[in-house]
Design a protein around this ligand. Structure first.
Ligand SMILES: Cc1cc2nc3c(=O)[nH]c(=O)nc-3n(C[C@H](O)[C@H](O)[C@H](O)COP(=O)(O)O)c2cc1C
Length: 169
């Protein structure tokens, strides 16, 4: 018999699943915000669809509800500082997380960071109740990769790089 599961054990197990790191950004009018997110995956090819799963009532989740767009910035190994900032780890900079990190836009107006290894720019299609989190499906309306960048990896709550990876075509 298994003993009753607690959330610490659940987190420990999930931390064994290697992920990349993204920043999910959104925009409503002139307001922009975003958060570091590794709950990101591809869902469908027709229509082109991705999923991000964000804490209910977080600033980013509420802004996506308002603006109905989001971009997913797939980070490169040199962007640990950006990841920490958008995870709220620079307390003194949490009012404006974008300060010092140049960004641009593609189609929807959601912020896209310079130096990321890839991005998808999305229109919100649907949301689903995911308990403590809200599941967002987005239709991809623009996408880009930078083949010279190498990925930032997250494993057991630590950042890592793929040291042996050669530049890809
Ligand atoms: C590597 C990493 C991955 C994260 N992934 C997620 C995630 O998938 N979903 C989520 O809701 N929060 C995730 N977080 C936590 C958020 O980035 C953090 O709570 C952030 O401050 C939320 O911002 P907001 O409340 O201002 O929107 C992650 C943090 C880190 C460092």
């Amino acid at each position: 018999m298994h003993k009753t599961l607690d959330s610490a054990q659940f987190r420990k197990v999930m931390a064994r699943f290697v992920t990349g790191v993204t920043i999910v950004t959104s925009r409503a009018g002139e307001e922009v915000h975003g958060m570091t997110c590794n709950a990101f995956c591809s869902i469908s090819i027709a229509p082109l669809t991705v999923m991000v799963c964000l804490t209910r009532n977080s600033r980013t989740e509420r802004l996506i509800g308002k603006g109905r767009v989001f971009a997913v910035n797939v980070l490169s190994e040199s962007q640990t500082d950006l990841s920490d900032r958008f995870a709220g780890r620079h307390k003194e900079r949490d009012e404006n997380r974008f300060d010092g990190f140049p960004w641009t836009t593609a189609v929807t107006g959601a912020p896209i960071f310079k130096g990321s290894q890839a991005y998808v720019d999305c229109k919100l299609m649907k949301t689903f109740d995911g308990g403590s989190h809200i599941i967002h499906l987005g239709e991809v309306v623009a996408a880009h990769t930078d083949n010279l960048k190498r990925p930032l990896i997250f494993y057991q709550s630590r950042y890592m790089g793929l040291a042996s990876l050669k530049p890809l075509e």
